[in-house]
Design a protein around this ligand. Sequence first.
Ligand code: NAD
Length: 298
Amino acid sequence: MTAHIIDGKTIAADLRGKVTDAVHRLLRDRGLVPGIAVVLVGENPASEVYVRTKSKMVAAAGMHAIDRKLPATTSEAELLALVGELNADPAVNGILVQLPLPPQIDSHKIIAAIDPAKDVDGFHPLNVGRLASGLPALVPCTPLGCVMLAKTAHVSLAGLDAVVIGRSNIVGKPVAQLLLAENATVTVAHSKTRDLLGLCRRADLLIAAIGRPEMVRADWIKPGATVIDVGINRVAGQEGQQAGKSRIVGDVAYAEVAAVAGALTPVPGGVGPMTIACLLLNTLRAACAQNGLPAPSI
Ligand code: NAD
């Protein structure tokens, strides 16, 4: 079997297009421009690239981007004060504080200080609890993107045996909650799981969110299964053309798994582009809710 490659780049571009159309309608009919504040503390080069890309995409979608860059020496009190200011600003519909934060700042305290209605990352305990309770919530962007991609390969996820490898608050746990909400039978595996191989081999849907380059091999995969690769791992280039250059690989050994799986996301070009597209969607949803408007039908 050769897997159908789930083209996250195209699916994300399509989603961004729908969000952009809805943003234009919001401006035309209500005079509203959704705004998102992105807060970056310190000098992490990877975060800086990511934040720049986010700001560009926000602007391209017709939204207002408010970038706040603070020095690495920023105190917890100073960041809490900024979050308070953004909570109170009616032009700001979404607040995203880029993680990780410097060690003097407790990220849990910062996340808890964000107005849950503006928590477009979906990390506030209230949104986490609402998702777990099956109530409407702002849902973390990468997990939302994973489920959207999985749904392109299945008419319904109901009844599927889904295995999530990874139990982080950012990916593993929320993706498991979203799959439960889709009526999948969900198992969450992690670093202490016994017989990971046996579990994975039974999965109709496998989500890998581990952070270990190419750990998931072809013999872990049930023939025809859907595999969503969340991992982003930078590794040294191979011999030959790529020698000396680093490259990005996922948590899944792409070439060999593609020969067994029914559908597979590539890295790059799979889950990654969906994350920012879902952030735009969350910001649009937050702006509508804050203005008493129905959720956009996207
Ligand atoms: P994390 O380090 O917080 O969590 C990793 C999880 O993997 C843990 O729960 C751990 O128990 C599990 N794990 C580690 N080793 C294992 C093993 N040998 N067997 C089974 N389980 C094991 O990481 P995270 O924040 O959840 O991110 C996971 C990966 O996804 C990383 O590569 C990260 O870069 C990537 N990521 C991608 C996006 C995106 O937009 N595509 C967004 C977030 C994270």
